[in-house]
Design a protein around this ligand. Structure first.
Ligand code: HEC
Ligand code: HEC
Ligand code: HEC
Ligand code: HEC
Length: 217
């Protein structure tokens, strides 16, 4: 009796977990689960968010981490037509750990940011360094307007279904930031809380499916 009750509870927990694949809970056990590092908190979300006394980063979700002050050299090419600016809030959040200038454990306690000591470089995660040395020139362009006008100009792009999503299934988001709508950011391709497809990708990139959601060659 006791065993079958336990079985039921475990089963219920599994079903709940599966049903909430989009939920933040799936961050557990991923490379973004820093709770077991011994870096000053065992809380999963605290490295990035707080319910109160958040850092003021306009447009960012209740941010609890130090922000990068880096100014970046942006991607250019003779054919790129996007109006890229310095990274929008959602991308700046990523770069605040991934560009290597801010320690991963520089999160806040009750609004006061502590000085962490572990950077992407010091932990030897240089393959995950993006924007290192202030350069985004060798990275897919970000922080530009991706709308119907750009799709027409390019000639081989899907027309986003709205200012919030590229695709009808609403899997690939665009961001509306202060003064800038329909922005393609790091989080358009990456789901920071969910590693189902590896590399925190929004959808599987088998056969370049992720690329082909936007690029229709
Ligand atoms: C490694 C940093 C990191 C961790 C840890 C993290 N988040 Fe986030 N979160 C982000 C970033 C970056 C964004 C903005 C990009 C986006 O919207 O996907 C975000 C966005 C959000 C949003 C708003 C957008 C949405 O998806 O609804 C919520 C709510 C959220 N996080 C909740 C949580 C909760 C709850 C936890 C802990 C279980 C958590 N996050 C852990 C980085 C993190
Ligand atoms: C609080 C710091 C922090 C923030 C904020 C953060 N990351 Fe990370 N990220 C990490 C760490 C730490 C790792 C793992 C590094 C290692 O040990 O190799 C990682 C790993 C990754 C990986 C590699 C995963 C894999 O499977 O190898 C990707 C992709 C990634 N992050 C994307 C993002 C994106 C996109 C954002 C913003 C939407 C973001 N991260 C925000 C700290 C962060
Ligand atoms: C257009 C889609 C797209 C955008 C935008 C994008 N990424 Fe990625 N990213 C990918 C894909 C796809 C991979 C997996 C590459 C692979 O496995 O070969 C990846 C891999 C990564 C990795 C793992 C290291 C590596 O090179 O495999 C990190 C870290 C990362 N991205 C962070 C970021 C950050 C930070 C931003 C914003 C500055 C960003 N990404 C913007 C698609 C994107
Ligand atoms: C969320 C939509 C989206 C996804 C996903 C995406 N891209 Fe892009 N990509 C764009 C847009 C929009 C541009 C700007 C196109 C332009 O300027 O005409 C662009 C630009 C580029 C460029 C530069 C073009 C130039 O003229 O310099 C290349 C190359 C590229 N993407 C390759 C990829 C690859 C490879 C993938 C998959 C790993 C990918 N993209 C995923 C939307 C996306």
């Amino acid at each position: 009796m006791r065993n079958s009750l336990l079985g039921c509870l475990v089963f219920a927990a599994l079903v709940t977990g599966a049903a909430s694949a989009m939920a933040a809970g799936t961050i557990t056990g991923t490379p973004h689960d820093l709770s077991g590092k011994g870096w000053g908190t065992t809380e999963l979300c605290k490295f990035c968010h707080t319910p109160h006394l958040a850092q003021s980063v306009a447009g960012a979700p209740l941010w609890n981490h130090d922000s990068t002050k880096q100014s970046y050299t942006l991607y250019t090419s003779s054919t790129f037509k996007g109006n890229s600016t310095q990274p929008g809030p959602q991308s700046k959040l990523c770069l605040s750990c991934h560009d290597g200038t801010v320690a991963i454990d520089s999160f806040a306690n009750a609004g006061i940011v502590q000085s962490g000591t572990h950077t992407m470089i010091s932990i030897g995660a240089t393959t995950n360094l993006i924007g290192g040395g202030g350069s985004l020139t060798s990275d897919h362009p970000i922080s530009f307007t991706y709308n119907g006008a750009l799709a027409t100009l390019d000639g081989h792009l899907a027309t986003p279904v709205s200012a919030n999503f590229v695709d009808a299934a609403n899997q690939i988001p665009l961001y509306n930031n202060p003064g800038r709508s329909s922005q393609l950011e790091c989080a358009s391709c990456h789901a920071v809380h969910d590693n189902t497809y590896g590399k925190f990708l929004r959808i599987a990139n088998t056969g370049s499916a992720l690329c082909l959601t936007c690029h229709q060659k």
